[in-house]
Design a protein around this ligand. Sequence first.
Ligand code: SF4
Ligand code: SF4
Length: 337
Amino acid sequence: MALTSEQVKQKARELGADAVGIASAAVLNAYPPDPKFPQTPERISPEIKSVIAIVKRIPAGAFRTKRAECVQYMDQLVLREMDKVCMRVAQFLEGEGTYAFPLASQETKWEFKRASYGYLSGRHVAIEAGLGTMGLEVNFLSPEFGPRCYTSAVLTTAELDADQKLTRQVCIGEACSRCLYSCPADAVLHWGIDKRACAQFAQEFGYSVMLSQLQKFVQASTPEAQLAVLCTPQAYAVWQGLLRVVGAFGDCPRCLEVCPVGDDYVKWLSDEHRSIPEKNAEKVTLAKQMQADRQAGKDLPGLSTWNIRWVGEEGYVPPKKRQEAENSEELRVKNEE
Ligand code: SF4
Ligand code: SF4
């Protein structure tokens, strides 16, 4: 008997997924995030029928520390754990007689775009699988964990029933703008991100810093000067990044720790991160402008007819109002029965 979606999801949860959903490969093929550089399952293998989205949450405690290294280290542990979960899900599916393999989630395809652009976007797969929507700063936001989570996927030839994509906006949006207020790089755009600006903080000792260290070493005129380049905190940080990836990726916690979406924020973070020291008059004016532009229906690339799909077509509805609407719908159905 063929596996059901529910059996696969149940197994993935048993194997360590914090949230799991299923997206149809046909839908992912039809809606690549950027059609000019299509990240689609068919480019990996035309045999793929379903993509299982896996979410792992980042334990919230690290976001209460005063040391970014704690979040950086935790990030790497979560990513490694998530890869293991995907591997075990793939092994389970193969045991059940279908092909399956985990997404090479941190790989970049340079013939597409430079920097963090793989064959598939884990964020978009998770959204198509109904697990959340995009935030103002284009992080993936889950209703349970906000942006404090990572996404990956397992690709399979099994034909599984897909989950329904959310049409509501999980992110509160312009009226919140806390990610924008907290960002040290002013990288948060209107449903977009300035990747280069963000990388200065989020990849403090990433590839470009490693290259600049190498350049200094090669250009140093004497062996003593070369040694001096190697004996710097920057060179040591690059080595640490190579060893543990700490400092090379997911370095800046600010937009993650201040986002009020997610049960974990209310439970663990709201007292610590209520006030945002980086908030200033200029940022408030920018957020108000964004809100006005949205209300005026201005043309915004992040909310284009193509991109709105991943933000949430219905827009943001506060939880209380949503609950009221759901209750009245339930009542209407009951009355009709
Ligand atoms: S990771 Fe840091 S630098 Fe990048 S958008 Fe978030 S707050 Fe800004
Ligand atoms: S901080 Fe606010 S605006 Fe930014 S992603 Fe979270 S909910 Fe959206």
